[in-house]
Design a protein around this ligand. Structure first.
Ligand SMILES: [Zn+2]
Length: 264
């Protein structure tokens, strides 16, 4: 009872803000008062591809033209895991739901941004640790239950330069920062996050061979967001996140629009 009064009080005090679980964020329905930050990349043939023999770039082909057909229409093809995309729980774990089964309630929530750009600048193989998360909480307060956590490594600024973004060594191994498996476990178990995202090609570090972070997050039925962009525009907390993935039946992920909802 006391809790619901607190929520009502917060709504009255904060006007254009809404409570999502235990966090209060700007209301996306109050478009005069909020700014939407598009956290997704536009897809084109230069969008960085995960290296490998079966790697295919984004392709767009015109199939109808205004001149000939009276309408303009195109067809596109791409791997599910290209550009800004979601990893559905079935991507790494058998028996888990595909992308079409992720419910609407899982796809919006309070946002949290963790900045590890300094660590990423010093070491391309850096990992976000549990100690980093605890340090973040000391400064900004506890990560709210059901948060969508976005990790800024600074790699987003390389996305137009695929070679720099992938950062492959002579052996072909990738080098970019990521979550540590322990940090992912902590976020899933201790903070019950809805999902985790990152401004690189993978929530695991580039050098990871076992993709432990993927296993931890997807086994728990949560999702991962990769190649998220414009994280430098986001505050540490107090914003909402809207995740809008494509609905492919049995898909293991797919292209996704993501918006951060911040107060003007
Ligand atoms: Zn993926």
């Amino acid at each position: 009872m006391r809790q619901s009064w607190l929520v009502v009080l917060l709504l009255i005090v904060s006007g254009n803000r809404i409570a999502v679980g235990e966090e209060v964020v700007p209301s996306p329905f109050d478009s005069d008062q909020v700014r939407f930050v598009d956290l997704s990349l536009a897809l084109n043939e230069r969008t960085p591809v995960w290296p490998g023999e079966r790697a295919a770039p984004f392709r767009l082909e015109t199939i109808d033209t205004l001149e000939k057909d009276g309408m303009l229409a195109k067809a596109f093809s791409m791997p599910e895991h290209l550009g800004t995309h979601i990893d559905a729980p079935n991507h790494f774990v058998a028996g888990q739901p595909g992308v079409e089964k992720i419910t609407a309630a899982q796809l919006f929530g309070p946002g949290v941004k963790i900045d590890m750009t300094l660590k990423g600048e010093q070491d391309a193989d850096a990992m976000l640790s549990v100690a980093d998360l605890e340090a973040w909480e000391k400064r900004h307060g506890a990560i709210p239950k059901g948060a969508i956590v976005l990790l800024e490594t600074g790699w987003g600024r390389f996305v137009e330069n695929t070679a720099r973004y992938q950062n492959r060594d002579a052996m072909g191994k990738l080098h970019f920062p990521g979550y540590s498996p322990e940090a992912a476990e902590w976020l899933v178990r201790e903070r019950e996050v809805r999902g985790i995202g990152i401004d690189t090609m993978s929530v695991d570090r580039g050098v990871s061979a076992k993709f432990e972070v993927h296993h931890v997050v997807l086994k728990a039925g949560r999702y991962a967001l990769e190649n998220v962009t414009h994280l430098e525009e986001m505050p540490a907390r107090g914003f909402g996140v809207i995740v809008a993935p494509i609905k492919i039946e049995g898909g293991t992920g797919g292209p996704t629009r993501i918006w951060g909802v911040v107060a003007k």
